[in-house]
Design a protein around this ligand. Structure first.
Ligand SMILES: [Cu+2]
Length: 365
């Protein structure tokens, strides 16, 4: 939680700078409606309102306006960590038979937004997840026979959970956006994905390889964006509170997320973004009896529910393209690349190495 206090302090300073910094008079800013969306029909709305690809709750749409978007996310994990220090394979082999090496989590996300009024927008977000992991096993003697070192590969793929958001803009001024958001996450993802484990090729996979949480979540959030002529600064705080244990008998930890970002428009069609993100994920409560079997818990650290939960801080750099020509006026493309600068993991647990996000969005009426 210490990390969290630092992040909240940082974003408070950021907010203060935004509130008391050099204010550009409204007359010097491009003319935009108070409810300006990130990609509304009028291309001029979009000037300076672009945000990083990983930020979803930064804008609303005017009444009757639609937006559809696709975002691809790829998170790469490599090696293991306990607390803030690395855990070597040899240390893992002291307790477990296998050591996780690399893991990728790919998410294909579809999002639809619609402006119910000029202040209230509804957003639905769903997708498909693909996970892959490989684990090493050292050479050993089993039942008197030598076994060579080997690598085990496993993959899962299934639908993700579905989120339904309501977003409300409290600000009446074009240069500020204060958006309150409230979402419900429905367990359309799977908690029973199967694949290869020590026990066979059709066994229930570890908690991190499941595509959903199995729980209903409530997700409150608040986002503040302050615009200058070519610069936009923003901050948001989001929570993901799980309301129930899933059908497999456990509950993923609640998640608390804080982002602070800046976007600068270098050229008419090109902006650059910088973002800092803090994420606190609580421990799993309960266990899935099919995952955390005695043999699985002895062989594979990802099968142990008490190893989950983490505090992380990531830094991202990104680009945002918006060419205000006839055919591309309603289209926006975003790219973002992130790396962790701090990770404190209940573990041993795999450590994150990189996050890649790419999004394309289209607004229409
Ligand atoms: Cu939108």
């Amino acid at each position: 939680m210490n990390l969290y206090r630092k992040i909240i302090l940082l974003s408070s300073i950021c907010l203060s700078v935004q509130c008391y910094g050099q204010v550009v008079p409204d007359t010097q800013l491009p003319k935009i409606p108070a409810t300006a969306a990130a990609c509304c029909n009028n291309g001029s709305c979009c000037t300076g309102t672009e945000t990083p690809a990983g930020i979803m709750t930064d804008h609303i749409h005017s009444k009757g306006e639609w937006m559809v978007s696709y975002t691809y996310m790829n998170m790469l994990m490599n090696g293991n960590q306990t607390g803030t220090s690395k855990t070597s394979d040899a240390e893992i082999y002291n307790t477990y038979m296998m050591a996780p090496q690399t893991m990728t989590m790919q998410m294909h996300m579809l999002m639809l937004m619609y402006g119910i009024t000029d202040r209230l927008t509804i957003m639905v977000m769903g997708g498909y997840n693909y996970c892959s992991m490989d684990m090493d096993m050292p050479a050993m003697i089993m039942n008197g026979a030598p076994m060579p070192a080997s690598t085990m590969y496993c993959t899962t793929s299934a639908l993700a959970d579905t989120r339904i958001y309501g977003l409300y803009n409290f600000s009446r001024r074009a240069r500020y956006k204060l958006i309150g958001s409230l979402a419900v996450s429905l367990p359309t993802g799977s908690v029973t994905c199967k694949g290869t484990t020590m026990l066979g090729t059709n066994e229930r996979m570890a908690y991190c390889m499941q595509s959903g949480t199995g729980s209903v979540s409530v997700m409150p959030g608040v986002t503040y964006v302050r615009r200058y002529e070519k610069l936009a600064l923003g901050t948001e705080a989001l929570a993901d509170i799980k309301l129930n244990d899933n059908k497999a008998g456990y509950r993923f930890g609640n998640e608390y997320r804080e982002n602070v970002w800046a976007e600068y428009r270098f050229l008419n069609f090109l902006g650059g973004t910088l973002r800092a993100e803090g994420v606190q994920t609580d421990k799993i409560s309960g266990t899935d009896k099919e995952i955390s079997t005695p043999i699985n818990e002895m062989s594979d650290p990802t099968m142990v529910s008490s190893h989950y939960g983490a505090a992380r801080c990531n830094i991202y750099a990104g680009l945002s393209f918006h060419l205000k020509k006839k055919f591309t006026e309603r289209l926006r493309v975003q790219l973002e690349f992130g790396m962790p600068v701090y990770q404190n993991l209940n573990g041993p647990q795999m450590s994150q190495q990189a996050n890649i996000l790419a999004g394309i969005m289209y607004g229409f009426k």
